[in-house]
Unconditional design. Sequence first.
Length: 132
Amino acid sequence: MLEIINVLVASVVAFAAGAVWYMKLAEPWMEAANIKRNADGQPEGGQNPGLYAYTFVMQLMVAGMMRHVFELAVIDSPVKGLVAGVGVGLFFISPWIAINNAYGQRPVKLTVIDGGYATLACALMGLVLTLF
């Protein structure tokens, strides 16, 4: 039961970090992602609340798999969790983002912003998953 709670807390922490990350980087991210905007500068059509739910479910999947891998690899301390989380974000997720963006002919700036968030979120997940 505690592991399920760890996964949920790790997902909430990563989700909250994403809210802060993308609020701070909203302007450069929208520019790099070529988001169409209204006259007030906001994305056309607004944000779909279902997108946030989908994002959280995807983060639950990442946190759940990280917990499983940590168990198999005996990653059992906050320092190990943090380092492993950075590794997952920087060396697994960010390269995949880079590949997708390269084929989509999207700016490197977008890869840096999204890959940076993936690395931060996974680092925080790794830390949280090993705290309890």
